[in-house]
Design a protein around this ligand. Structure first.
Ligand SMILES: [Fe+2]
Ligand SMILES: [Fe+2]
Length: 223
């Protein structure tokens, strides 16, 4: 992945942060990103961003939330729309790209780069699961009354993947490229099958039942 510019909001007065964030987003071309360093107030900034620029960006966690947050803000192509399938499929692609970087680094034996990408990958996956398990799945279950169906299968596959993700974290922490490739390879296999089921079945079904989904997706984006 190519280097992206950094926007450090932490030193700015709170009332200037949203303005800076919106200007940074507006200055990007479609597909470009900026890494944003911010504070625990990210949730407030996100709310402002949703009010002013909904549909024009995606955001992703770069590291686990703590006192200070680092997030990636991506400019979307105009008119891309915020349907459930589009929103979640883009996030799958983001996770896939981070996995590929982790695997490349492991193959190169570059354990420092491997650990860095692995942490980003795990943060992205954890966030993705959270958006599904605490946002999309409950909305689907409440609307359709189907609680023992596709979402139950998806949740159990998430658990299976979480076990493999723990092994990947261990590999990152110990610099074990071999374990990374082994656990990662199995995870990739499970994840590909899982994502196909979601993209071809669960997301389109959800869109059908929950459309228009902007309000729901805004809620999910704040999870
Ligand atoms: Fe999933
Ligand atoms: Fe998913």
């Amino acid at each position: 992945m190519s280097a992206v510019p950094l926007l450090d909001l932490t030193a700015l007065p709170a009332e200037q942060r949203l303005g800076q964030l919106v200007s940074a987003l507006d200055s990007l071309s479609a597909g470009q990103s900026v890494t944003v360093q911010t504070t625990a107030q990210w949730d407030d900034l996100l709310l402002g961003l949703q009010e002013q620029r909904w549909g024009q960006y995606d955001w992703r966690p770069v590291s686990d939330p703590a006192e200070q947050r680092t997030v990636l803000l991506v400019r979307l192509q105009s008119g891309v729309g915020q349907s459930i399938p589009a929103f979640f499929t883009r996030d799958h692609h983001h996770c896939d790209a981070l996995y590929a970087e982790t695997e490349n680094a492991a193959n190169d034996g570059d354990t420092a780069r491997m650990a860095e990408y692995c942490r980003q990958f795990l943060a992205a996956m954890t966030h993705h699961f959270q958006m599904e398990e605490s946002g999309l799945f409950p909305a689907f279950e409440n609307k359709t009354g189907m609680r023992q169906g596709p979402t139950m299968v998806m949740r159990s596959e998430h658990e299976q993947m979480r076990g493999l993700m723990r092994q990947m974290l261990q590999a990152a922490e110990t610099g074990d490229a071999e374990l990374m490739l082994k656990a990662g390879g199995t995870l990739l296999f499970v994840m590909q099958q899982h994502n196909v089921k979601e993209e071809q079945m669960l997301y389109p079904m959800s869109e059908m039942h929950l459309r228009p989904a902007d309000a729901l997706l805004q809620e999910i984006q704040r999870l």
